[in-house]
Design a protein around this ligand. Structure first.
Ligand SMILES: [Zn+2]
Length: 77
């Protein structure tokens, strides 16, 4: 399905992998976080930072670890 909203189109042009989740348009992001991974299975000796996956809404800028944590509303209103 194709949305015709112009703002949305330019956003998804810049972020072809963006996924619509409710009112949000999110992309997967990864970032280095200092410290040991919270999951013991992914920790290792001498680990000083780990790569964390999170999702970011490219419309409202909210960043959460889990899609379930996204706010109900997208945007500043
Ligand atoms: Zn949003």
């Amino acid at each position: 399905m194709r949305q015709t909203n112009s703002i949305e189109e330019s956003l998804s042009d810049r972020h072809p992998n963006a996924e619509r989740v409710g009112p949000h348009l999110v992309i997967d992001k990864t970032d280095w976080v200092p410290g040991k991974h919270p999951d013991p299975h992914r920790q290792h000796e001498s680990q000083s930072e780990y790569l964390e996956r999170y999702i970011r809404c490219i419309q409202c800028g909210v960043e959460v670890l889990n899609k379930d944590d996204l706010p109900q509303e997208c945007g500043a209103t």
